[in-house]
Design a protein around this ligand. Structure first.
Ligand code: FAD
Length: 507
């Protein structure tokens, strides 16, 4: 078996299995640990194979938002009303176009249950709401808006509620040890208590398939040797996205080529290719999350203009939505126009990302001066600021609907922060799975014995993004993958849903 060759391996060619378990999970991040827990709770013997020297993956580096709602105890305790219907309406509107409606429906209907599942596994959320603009709370607050629900255009269409749930962390260090670590740690401890066994430093490479086309194990490389693990019931792929596979990004999501962010190098697309080698279908391979590298405390206090000096998005929305709008529709060209007073106020604000409180690139005594400094078409910025100020004097923004809280006429001196090219992101597309996390063949049928979850699959996001949807759908559909794999039998006629309703004895 070579490192580069992506092919399926016939079970007939495997003479010795190095490991054997009912369920083999590839990848020990958020989707993997959730699958492992539920497979073990369903009575399966579980083996996790992890490429690096420890558990965690991107999940343990993450800020930790988990997108939950529909009336979680935390939302209620903090005085926010939410329903599964409102949550569905927002997700279908904001995460598309082309969302998997079945997935979003089940995700929202069972979101409160999922919150309680996390609590039961030892994840804790502080009863505290962070209401300031930001990428994440700077302290240990448990709840924050994380998708633009409270900004135009959604706030007037769908009753808003904050759904970014963040596990509590006492010694938070953004980018090193955040809420994601406090999500992973108790989940891994739960898995260990359930008897889940993990093998590290082992790179899963290919699927092993029997004569009937059923996945019966995986082939890996460890210290230059082939290692085979047999799965008596099922294999769960949970190996992350393809953000670090340059060829796949160039082919599928070229706009983020060269700018992977909020991801790790282990996200090399291998799980997707392993599935494809068996005829698996993929979905939304062009979809990407896009981070915008400027602190929202500055963004809300200024106006964002493109290379024509025109505004294009309300500045108080979810910064990831700004990132997508800038990269996809403005050729990655953006300038934040902000006056001195607003800059000073924003710069002095509390932030989880102080490194993104950027200094002005150009300063002008008048908007005309600034326009020349930036090199914008003559008159473009001046007319944009004049129009914005005319309505801002009355506290409104009829063009883009910015919340009056942030609408103030721009004065002088006036500055611009150069935000051209300040985006990066990770991929959201992957293997197409059903709501039971079964990997679907291009024929539409599940591939027997093969399950997947997390960013190697296409989850609840088809195009748009909200912070928390990756840890959210990774954990939610990871759990379902674990249950389905544990209950997989050779009788392919029985659906995983039916088995969930009428569990069969295992063993
Ligand atoms: C700084 C940062 C902040 C983020 N903030 C958030 C946030 O607040 N909310 C949110 O929802 N998302 C956030 N994300 C994104 C989120 O962490 C990931 O999208 C999510 O962890 C994906 O889950 P996963 O299980 O698919 O992958 P991971 O959690 O990365 O787990 C995949 C695991 O598979 C292993 N693996 C890969 N290849 C192999 C192989 N061949 N064999 C064996 N093992 C393999 C990896 O080493 C890894 O341990 C953030 C990411 C980063 C880096």
């Amino acid at each position: 078996m070579s490192d580069a060759k992506i092919t399926q391996i016939s079970a007939k060619d495997v003479n010795d299995w190095d490991f054997e378990a009912d369920v083999v999970v590839a990848g020990y991040g958020i989707a993997g640990v959730s699958a492992a827990i539920e497979a073990a709770r369903s009575g399966a013997e579980v083996l996790v194979l992890e490429r690096s020297a420890g558990w965690g993956g991107a999940a343990s580096m993450a800020g930790g938002f988990i997108y939950l709602g529909g009336g979680t105890p935390l939302q209620k305790a903090l005085g926010f009303h939410d329903t599964p219907e409102n949550m569905k309406a927002f997700m279908k509107a904001a995460l598309g176009p082309g969302t998997d409606e079945d997935k979003i429906d089940v995700y929202c209907d069972e979101s409160v249950d999922h919150y309680n599942w996390l609590l039961d596994a030892g994840v804790s959320f502080k009863e505290s709401y962070w209401g300031q603009p930001g990428w994440e709370p700077p302290y240990d607050d448990g709840l924050m808006y994380s998708g633009g629900e409270n900004a135009a255009p959604f706030c007037s269409l769908i009753p808003p509620a904050p759904r970014g749930h963040v596990p509590q962390m006492s010694t938070k260090r953004t980018g090193e040890q955040g809420g994601g670590y406090m999500l992973m740690k108790p989940l891994v401890e739960t898995a260990e208590k359930l008897g889940v066994h993990a093998e590290y430093d082992l790179r899963v490479q290919s699927l092993v398939v029997d004569d009937a086309g059923r996945v019966v194990g995986v082939a890996s490389r460890r210290y230059g040797k082939d290692v085979y693990a047999k799965a008596r019931r099922g294999v769960v792929l949970a190996m992350g996205s393809f953000a670090y596979n340059e060829d796949m990004v160039r082919q599928n999501a070229p706009r983020i080529f060269g700018h992977p962010a909020a991801s790790i190098e282990a996200h090399d697309g291998r799980a997707i290719q392993m599935g494809q080698a068996l005829g698996a279908e993929t979905a939304h391979m062009d979809a990407t999350e896009v981070a915008f590298f400027c602190d929202p405390q500055l963004l809300v206090r200024g106006i964002l203009v493109n290379a024509r000096g025109q505004r294009y998005i309300t500045e108080d929305t979810y910064p990831g939505r700004i990132g997508q709008a800038t990269l996809f529709h403005q050729d990655n060209q953006a300038f934040l126009i902000i006056d001195e007073a607003a800059f000073d106020e924003g710069f002095a604000s509390e932030s989880a990302t102080p490194e993104l409180l950027l200094q002005p690139t150009w300063v002008g005594e008048t908007t005309g001066d600034l326009e020349v400094e930036i090199g914008l078409p003559a008159g473009s910025l001046q007319s944009t600021v004049e129009l914005y100020n005319r309505h801002a004097a009355e506290g409104s923004d009829p063009l883009l609907g910015k919340n009056p809280r942030w609408v103030k006429p721009l004065g002088t001196p006036i500055a611009a922060i150069d935000l051209r090219g300040r985006t990066g992101g990770f991929t959201l597309g992957g293997l197409r799975t059903d709501v039971d996390s079964r990997v679907l063949h291009v024929s539409g049928n599940p591939i027997p014995g093969l399950f997947a979850a997390g960013r190697c699959t296409s989850g609840v996001c088809a195009g748009g993004y909200a912070s928390g949807t990756s840890l959210g759908d990774g954990s939610f559909f990871g759990r379902r993958a674990g249950v389905s794999a544990a209950q997989e039998t050779n009788d392919h006629q029985v659906t995983a849903s039916a088995r969930r309703a009428n569990p069969m004895p295992l063993g």
